[in-house]
Structure formats: C-alpha cells, structure tokens
Design a protein around this ligand. Structure first.
Ligand SMILES: [Zn+2]
Length: 100
C-alpha cells in the first residue's frame, strides 16, 4: 500500500499507520503495510519564474525573490499511488477531499 502525501497535508505518519491498522483489522487488507512517500512543497513563482522548495510550510513565499504571487506545484498530494491487491486498485485510486 503506497501513499503519496504532501507536506501541506500535515499528516502525522504514526497516526495514519495506526488508523490504517484499525480500519483494515479483520478485513481483506488486514496485515497490509502503509508505505508513505512524503512530497516536499514546491512553489512556482509568478513574479520571477523561480521554482523553489519550501522549507517552512507556514511561509508560502518565493525563496528566490520573496514574492507571495506563487503557485503550489507539489505538496498538496494525498494519493494512493499503488496497492498490492489488484482487485482494489480500480476503486481506490484517490482519496482526495474525503474529509473536511
Ligand atoms: Zn520569485
């Protein structure tokens, strides 16, 4: 079970793995392991064109010129990238926006 989670999601891996164990217990996915791929936050700056990686996710400005006129390139991911059980791959491709 592979997940891709952007840093902007503020997901705590330990919590997620614990919840995964609870929800899959006794089911067809019982015993499966989460493999979480953390994605750094990348911004594309509209002001200077720089493509930068954000060190502190609370400050979303261009690290090249300081402009706030930016676009988040990566970091908002919360995707199931692959599942080792073929039967589940078809209907569990994305969990985007299921909560909140
Ligand atoms: Zn810039």
């Amino acid at each position: 079970m592979h997940l891709r989670i952007g840093q902007l999601r503020q997901v705590v891996p330990e919590t997620l793995e614990h919840c995964w164990g609870v929800v899959t217990d006794g089911g067809p996915l019982a015993g499966s392991v989460l493999d979480i791929d953390h994605v750094p936050v990348r911004l594309a700056c509209h002001a200077c064109g720089a493509d930068t990686t954000v060190a502190h996710v609370l400050v979303l400005t261009c690290s090249a010129c300081g402009s706030g006129d930016i676009e988040v390139v990566t970091g908002e991911e919360f995707l199931v990238t692959s599942i080792d059980l073929g039967a589940y791959a078809a209907d569990t491709t994305s969990r985007e926006g299921t909560h909140g």
